[in-house]
Design a protein. Structure first.
Length: 139
């Protein structure tokens, strides 16, 4: 028996009084609500295929783990950028300014206020991805 997910969700949610925004992604909570609705409304003479149900649960678990791995990967990348920015402090760095001129100066500090860390070179705040080269500061 096939159930329309929209109808099943609205049927299940009709008894609640919370006024939350509709979910844009299918998570385990929505999946379980749809599964319960499907089991409640199935035709007893033609029950749900358990193999299909197990397959759907396996797919959901796999999707949750992939989402978790993606989040961990993003966090690791952000941490790597921060470590790289801190490693530039005290180094001589070169970058291209807005006019296309190569500028060289000593990185005095790093900031993590934006999505991409920035390096302070003199009075300028340079995004980490604009740094062209580095060299130890000779003093």
């Amino acid at each position: 028996m096939t159930i329309d997910p929209t109808a099943a969700t609205s049927t299940l949610m009709s008894g609640t009084t919370t006024a939350s925004a509709p979910k844009q992604e299918m998570d385990s909570e929505v999946f379980m609500a749809l599964l319960v609705a499907q089991l409640r409304n199935q035709d007893p003479s033609s029950p749900m295929d358990t193999t299909e149900m197990m397959s759907q649960q396996t797919q959901l678990a796999s999707m949750e783990k992939l989402t978790e791995l993606s989040q961990i990967s993003q966090e690791q990348f952000a941490l790597s950028m921060r470590v790289a920015a801190m490693g530039l402090v005290g180094q001589q760095v070169s970058y291209t300014d807005s006019e296309g001129t190569l500028v060289t100066g000593v990185a005095s500090s790093a900031s993590f206020a934006d999505a991409v860390p920035t390096i302070a070179v003199g009075d300028e705040s340079i995004a980490l991805d604009r740094i062209m080269s580095t060299a130890p500061f000779a003093g």
